[in-house]
Design a protein around this ligand. Structure first.
Ligand code: GDP
Length: 297
């Protein structure tokens, strides 16, 4: 289960804190040292951890806290609040244009991150909201990706637009937008091609699509299990093409939690959804508060 090892370690630290009647400054510092170790072991970004510990310490080592009835609880409460802050505090919705205006969403990410699966998952969410989504197969390098999108689109009862693998992605995107206008599709989701690593060709292709199609939201899909690599990928995509938000996949298998805890703080971009499994229904809105409760138990 997600965050298991981090949860376990933090709960041990908290158990020690709770068992003390009174807390000295040294107690708090010792506990925070352990919290810091646990976060670093969970692969949370070093700078984020440093800032987090500093904030908790400043708040926790105050007279009010030390004289409180239950100081251990107070420290835990502060850790909880700062952890929520680290993940962006508020839940961020993927913004759709109002009314019947068409929203074009471009899905980007490295190969294997879960982009094609997530694209179909998202379409299902929009369909439930009464929208009429169109999935667009722009990954022309992997014929299997086109087929995968078609199969998943069918499962979701959502139309898939494809022109095979003989056209440039930008032209497929343009044709899809025209098709959507004729057919009343008010959400167009472009499934673009990933690569094994960040490369210039991929970025150029994405920039070309953005320049020619009115993309409202660029959504990056990253694999939570890759930890800090996922955070670096998010920073790079944001620098090169600009992203509006992140979907974190495979959180169901991520025992560490480093990506979930660092992405927002490092990139400033919100996590919109979390992938919690391979099934097309396994996509959850990302709630920083719930995530913190999951971690802190
Ligand atoms: P793409 O190359 O980025 O388009 O990746 P795919 O959509 O083909 O997904 C790669 C693999 O990850 C597939 O086996 C998916 O079933 C799996 N996958 C995607 N999202 C999740 C998730 O949230 N949890 C789990 N456990 N597996 C996922």
């Amino acid at each position: 289960m997600a965050f298991d090892s981090l949860s376990e370690k933090l709960q041990n630290v908290f158990k020690n804190l709770r068992s003390k009647g009174r807390l000295t400054e040294a107690d708090v510092k010792a506990a925070l040292k352990e919290v810091k170790m646990a976060l670093l072991e969970a692969d949370v970004n070093f700078k984020v951890v440093k800032q987090f510990v500093k904030s908790v310490q400043e708040r926790a080592i105050g007279a009010d806290v030390m004289n409180g009835l239950n100081p251990g609880q107070m420290v835990i409460k502060i850790v909880n609040e700062e952890m929520i802050k680290m993940m962006g505090s508020e839940t961020t919705e993927l913004k759709l244009r109002p009314g019947q205006a068409t929203t074009i969403i471009m899905m980007v990410g490295l190969q294997g991150a879960g982009k094609t699966t997530t694209t179909a998952k998202l379409a299902g969410k929009f369909k439930l909201k009464g929208k009429k989504p169109l999935l667009v197969a722009c990954d022309v390098y992997r014929p299997a990706a086109i087929q995968q999108l078609q199969v998943n689109g069918e499962k979701q009862g959502v139309e898939v637009f494809t022109m095979g693998d003989g056209h440039k992605p930008v032209n497929i995107a343009k044709a899809a937008v025209e098709h959507a206008a004729k057919n009343g599709n008010n959400v167009v989701i472009l499934d673009t091609a990933g690569r094994l690593h960040v490369d210039e060709d991929m970025m150029d292709e994405l920039i070309e699509i953005k320049e020619n199609v009115d993309v409202a939201q660029t959504v990056l899909v990253v694999d939570a299990m890759t930890g800090q690599d996922a955070v670096n990928v998010a920073s790079t995509f944001d620098e090169k093409i600009g992203i509006d938000g992140v979907i974190l996949t495979k959180l169901d298998g991520d025992t560490r939690g480093g990506a979930a805890l660092s992405i927002r703080a490092v990139t400033g971009k919100p996590i919109l959804y979390a992938g919690m499994g391979e099934k097309l229904s396994d996509l959850e809105q990302f709630y920083p508060e719930r995530m913190a409760s999951r971690i802190l138990g």
